[in-house]
Design a protein around this ligand. Structure first.
Ligand code: GLU
Length: 317
């Protein structure tokens, strides 16, 4: 098995936009630069939010863009290819259940509703909602059976106190205090859907992913994931979080902005090599118009990718 393996893991909830394409591109080049393998995983955990047929469209768009993978759903047939499948999270539930079981006493049942958690939180909420104050962390077994009569529990991970530090190969040294900032986080929702934080760790480990490159919006999630790697006794991969792409007025590129979706650009007959070149230029790499992806591998330098959000020039809109 290869020592270096990268991956791209889109959720089929909307069109792939330029930001996703940039992430796929950098993750691919980082892996290929080291002679590594590349996996495509479809993160279709949240079936209710999924758009039918979207995974197939994303696969087709990535292939058009020039990204290839040696493990994942085949670009033409959609059939899984590779020894560590299935490559769709909706088919990997058993592995997530095994991981929850392996975590043993580090997992507990939580009966709180969202409204109860919001009401109990003392600090203002960030993007990810209020910190969980640990209401259900120490319920007795009779209290649990009592609550189970009226509510289906979620499962939460008991977060150890203290700072989690890690090196990010784009953003530099990072430190998060997960217990203070997030509290015990959800591993499985009350509706039975496993949480992204758990699934991504189980899958990256089981699929032999040695390096994770993704958008900087997931930087704080990384600390939670490291805690799960440790609790499960798994090897932690290398991390690189690429700056978000924003419009020239600083707004985040929304998935719904069709003009900047790969599908929309393809519909306007934009040459994918031009998109590659522009995205690499924005990512601090030298311009080489007309070159395909393969030729860009040798000159790729992760160290040149800037840290702060990157404004996509208006001519793209
Ligand atoms: N599925 C996530 C997304 O589309 C990415 C998760 C990851 O790269 O860890 O935003």
């Amino acid at each position: 098995m290869d020592r270096v393996r990268g991956r791209f893991a889109p959720s089929p909830t909307g069109e792939l936009h330029l930001g996703n394409a940039r992430t796929a591109l950098l993750a691919w080049l980082w892996a290929k630069r080291a002679g590594g393998g590349f996996t495509l995983r479809i993160e279709d955990l949240d079936r209710p939010r999924e758009r039918p047929g979207m995974a197939e469209r994303q696969i087709a768009e990535l292939a058009w863009f020039g990204i290839d993978w040696d493990e994942g759903p085949d670009a033409r047939t959609g059939v899984d290819a590779g020894p560590r499948g299935p490559y769709r999270q909706s088919q990997r539930t058993r592995l997530y259940e095994d991981a929850v079981r392996a975590l043993g006493d580090e997992v507990y049942e939580c009966f709180c509703s969202r409204a109860e958690i919001a009401a109990a939180a003392s600090a203002p909420h960030g993007d990810e909602g209020p910190r969980y104050p640990g209401t259900c962390a120490n319920l007795s077994s009779s209290e649990r059976s009592e609550r189970r009569r009226t509510r289906v529990p979620a499962l939460r991970f008991r977060v150890p106190p203290g700072a989690v530090r890690f090196e990010d190969e784009i953003q530099g040294t990072q430190q998060f205090d997960v217990q203070a900032e997030t509290g015990d986080f959800v591993l499985r929702r009350a509706d039975g859907i496993h949480a992204y934080q758990l699934a991504v760790v189980v899958d990256d480990a089981a699929m032999g992913i040695s390096q994770v490159l993704r958008g900087a919006d997931l930087l704080s999630s990384t600390a939670r994931q490291i805690l799960l790697y440790r609790a499960l006794g798994l090897a932690v991969p290398r991390w690189a979080h690429a700056p978000l792409l924003v419009s020239s007025t600083g707004e985040r590129l929304a998935k719904r902005d069709r003009a900047l979706s790969l599908d929309g650009l393809r519909g306007r007959n934009v040459d994918p090599r031009h998109i590659v070149d522009e995205l690499l230029r924005l990512s601090g790499q030298p311009a080489s118009p007309g070159q395909g992806l393969a030729e860009r591998t040798r000159s790729f330098d992760l160290g040149k990718v800037p840290k702060s959000p990157l404004a996509v020039p208006d001519l793209w809109w």
